[in-house]
Write a protein that binds this ligand. Structure first.
Ligand code: NDP
Length: 303
């Protein structure tokens, strides 16, 4: 498959945004990337480049409940993909880290240099350590084999093909689904915490555009943070969702439930220095597209 780029996890939130004939996007039931032989079989098709999105991903609940799965599946998938890519002559590869791999006790804003400077938060330590090893493996392969492999660190991603499961999903898809159920059943929209914590969200389409750019143009040992560096409160997110979903009931903040960390801002200086004119999708526009998709595909989406 010369001339083609392999997108692992090509049907997920980020992977589904790579659209076109030149992308090859097999599903996990065709090639299980935790299996070395399966991974080698896939790479024997010979790709020009690889965008490695596949991962076991989830919110805090899932990360705490299934630590063994999160560790084993992520570390085997990443190790297999990067090793197989090298063995099959792939010259360019980009893999995904996440801002939740950063140390719990750190200084803000987060920068690319701080990933390994202390243990991650206990709630997602299994996922975080497995993901941190992507950075180690990539640096090692660059040094030993001279390959143009690199990694990106996106902040919280949201978008169309998300996992809308209320228990196991991330904050935005869970809020959209909860608001929808509250509207449909004419009940209160109950949200954990005070709504005051600040977070940075990036639209999945923007992540795809930027990681494609990284695959083609970026060639540094150090990962690169993909972030708007604009903080918004959970309350602001909820206000936009309520407005866009036309929810007229009560919004109830359950302050007996934990808020989590107040803020964890990241520094997007590096990506901005490469792409000073890049315009990120606004949260309002991204949520509008996401909610339209959610409402039109409710019966078939992941939830
Ligand atoms: P999704 O959960 O939406 O998609 C993950 C994909 O991985 C799925 O399409 C799934 O394929 C595939 N996959 C899982 N297990 C296997 C396996 N054993 N073999 C082959 N494929 C497998 O994830 P996102 O799009 O949200 O995330 C993309 C990347 O970005 C991940 O690496 C994630 O860690 C990272 N990231 C995500 C953030 C977020 O907020 N979502 C934030 C920061 C980083 P299938 O559907 O066919 O089973």
């Amino acid at each position: 498959m010369r001339g083609k780029t392999l997108v692992t996890g090509g049907n997920g939130l980020v992977g589904s945004e790579f659209i076109g004939e030149h992308y090859y996007k097999p599903k996990s039931n065709e090639y299980d990337l935790t299996d070395k032989d399966n991974t080698d079989e896939l790479f024997s098709k010979n790709f020009d480049g690889v965008i490695h999105c596949a991962a076991k991903v989830g919110g805090v609940g899932a990360n705490m409940k299934y630590k063994g799965d999160f560790f084993y599946q992520n570390i085997t998938m990443n190790t297999n993909v990067i090793e197989s890519a090298k063995n099959h002559g792939v010259k360019n590869l980009v893999a995904f880290l996440s801002t939740c791999v950063f140390p719990d006790d750190t200084t803000y804003p987060l920068t690319e240099k701080k990933i390994h400077l202390g243990p991650p938060h206990f709630s997602n330590d299994a996922y975080a350590y497995a993901k941190r090893m992507v950075d180690i493996q990539i640096r090692a392969y660059r040094e030993q084999y001279g390959l143009n492999y690199k990694s990106v660190i996106p902040t919280n991603i949201y978008g169309l093909n998300d996992n809308y499961n209320i228990e196991n999903g991330h904050v935005i898809p869970s809020l959209i689904h909860k608001c929808f159920l509250a509207r449909e059943t004419k009940s209160n929209f109950v949200i954990w915490g005070s709504g005051k914590p600040l977070r940075e969200f990036i639209f999945s389409e923007d992540v795809a555009v930027l990681s494609k750019w990284v695959l083609e143009n970026y060639d540094e040992d150090e990962p690169i943070i993909l972030s708007t560096s604009e903080e918004v409160s959970i309350k602001t997110v909820v206000d936009i969702i309520v407005d866009l979903m036309n929810y007229k009931g009560n919004v109830v903040w359950d302050e007996t439930k934990p808020d989590g960390q107040f803020r964890k801002p990241s520094d997007n200086t590096k990506i901005k220095s490469y792409l000073p004119n890049f315009i990120f999708t606004s949260l309002y526009d991204g949520l509008k597209k996401t909610i339209e998709f959610f409402e039109n595909n409710y019966t078939i989406l992941r939830k």
